[in-house]
Design a protein around this ligand. Sequence first.
Ligand SMILES: Cc1ncc(COP(=O)(O)O)c(C=O)c1O
Length: 387
Amino acid sequence: MKFPLAERMEYIAPFQVMALLERAKQLQSAGRDIIHMEIGEPDFRTPDTIVQAGIKALQDGHTGYSPALGIPALREAISGFYASHYGVNVPASRIVVTSGASGALLLALGALVSQGSEVLLTDPGYPCNRHFVRLLEGLPVNIPVGPETKYQLTPDHLAQHWNDKTVATLVASPANPTGTLLTPAEIQALNEACLARHGRLIVDEIYQGLTYGVEAQTALALSEDLFVINSFSKYFQMTGWRLGWLVVPEAYLDAVTRLAQNIFISAPTPAQYAALAAFAPDTIQLLEERRHVFAERRNTLIPLLTELGLKVASEPEGAFYVYADCTGITDDSYQFAYRALEETGIALTPGLDFGSYRANEHIRIAYTADTHRLVEAVERLGRITRT
Ligand SMILES: Cc1ncc(COP(=O)(O)O)c(C=O)c1O
């Protein structure tokens, strides 16, 4: 039967990894031992201090809407976090609490993108970005990037791809799927290149704090004119609480406020009260211990992958992903991911989820399992890579 379906739906692709995850669950319920290295969320539970604060919030009756931009105490706490951890003054008035980084992305892009507006993105990159731009009737410009630029955009890319329809550039540092960082100087250069063309830079800092051997940074130290996306999902390990934030340039505050009121009414209130405990010293201490665990896993995994014939062409310094070139083993990463799952019980994400540029030559491997399981995963993968 014919039914109306928006034209844009043609462009909104599903996550490939979902079908793979489904199959992994099927195999698991049939008794197979699956090692999950495909999922983009920490394997740690939310710290108990945060959980307890969440329970108390529910018991205290914080179950209604909150102000559209977030509870004042949390906006102040985030501002305080920028001051104490990064030495940067970010007034609470520019901090908007959102439903995850996803909500923050939608608000930032919603304030910038008109019909036909172009937004510069990386390919590979976080897939929802291009879908958000398309949802807003804009055009995502997916720029192929490789290890020569750490899979990041440069001012040269902007010079090449910017036209009179371009309104913004969106980058992530640390990035998904590659784990690579932009240095402050590189972000500065991108920001200047955007501003010179009367556009804006959006920096997704969702993996902020999850860096290894490199100090965590914020682009907010460089400029008040850029948008910064952040979240409680990754470093704070609160994916399911659906809480994040957006730091908004003054000139866009009114627009973003109106969008936040209309699209979300508010971010989840109990989650906001829970997140007040996220910045407490004992919570941060636990999160830092867990960051060291991630670092140890990363340092164990990368050399093992290299031995297996998977090439890690640009050092991942953050997040919890390795984006590996698998051309030494296969020319079809999608089929390889399925084979790895069926034959060895290892779940990986094929490059296709992150774009189209050399996608079938790459897989993303998340180190969201204990070190001994990662070692076992590589041993099992060896069975198919050596045949
Ligand atoms: C780069 C990037 N941005 C944004 C998000 C959305 O995260 P959330 O909405 O859980 O904060 C993700 C999730 O994996 C991501 O990897």
